[in-house]
Design a protein around this ligand. Sequence first.
Ligand SMILES: [Zn+2]
Ligand SMILES: [Zn+2]
Length: 354
Amino acid sequence: MKVFEVASPGAPAQEVDRPTPELACKEVLVRVTHSGVCHSDLHCAEGYFDMGDAGKAPVETLGMAFPLVLGHEIVGEVTAVGPDAGLTPGAEKYIVFPWIGCGSCGACQEDRENSCTGARRNISLQKDGGFAREVWLPDERYLIPVGDLDPSWAATLACSGLTGYSAVTKALTSEVDRPIAVIGTGGVGLSAVVLLKARGHKNIVAADVSEDSLKNAKAAGATSTVLTTGEDPVKDIVEAGGGKLATVIDFVNNTATSSIALGTLGTGGKLVSVGLFGGQLAFPTTLIALQQLKIEGNFVGSLPELRDLVDLAKSTELPQLPITEKPLEADEVNAALKAIDERTISGRTVLVAD
Ligand SMILES: [Zn+2]
Ligand SMILES: [Zn+2]
């Protein structure tokens, strides 16, 4: 089977041939028809994550090893199945759930595979991803039918959509009028604004350094917006929400935004940390205790959450990110990663097979 592998940190993706695996049990082989290109593919191709003052963490610390086959926003068709699988190969399109765990730890047993504490099998990290003609999956259960959804957009639900959905799940409380802020309303943050509204929240503060992003957030359902370049962004956010906040979802999550976020929270409030922009937490620890604040990290989401999101997408009109389709070829993988690096793309590039 042909894959587009990155041989070493910073090297371009190149098409190479790999042996096609013999399928056991409920394993499946999926022909990739649509493959989204995500910002984290760029981090992985470069070979490290930014850890703020702690420096750069090589991707090997996440159990990854070069050569890498990246790509985790995958839609495709089943071409072969193991002897125990119930699916039959055919032209039906499926979204691939890529955040696969070891299958046996406590988190995996509870269907929270994105919180796996064992040997993770995430597609595009520890296992080969969707910048390829075909992708192997350990079980057919990781496939969700695309139905009538646009397949390019459906592919993006597996990472950018799911991350927003799972962060919103952590953010929602029983009080729909208490303010929840979203910091960073570019791609994924914007989807969180949409999902907060779609799930019934009534007081959504969008905060960003860009007027354009705030305009988009307002159109997507934010009840108020705050430009965080002012003198006192904490005060501005609290005023916009009409009081101290229940939750802040921080899609930037750097030194500046995380302390702004914590400063706006009311008693018992929660910071949901999502962004991977790098930085250090700098906040009076006494206040964390006195105000009983919570900090919860969010990395993508679980298989049940992706199923719920796909159901929501099928039953509601969710606004869609702008998508640019390109042919599924190694050169286009490289061009799309370069465009993300140089910030010359807004929205998502999705690579589409013939
Ligand atoms: Zn991603
Ligand atoms: Zn596990």
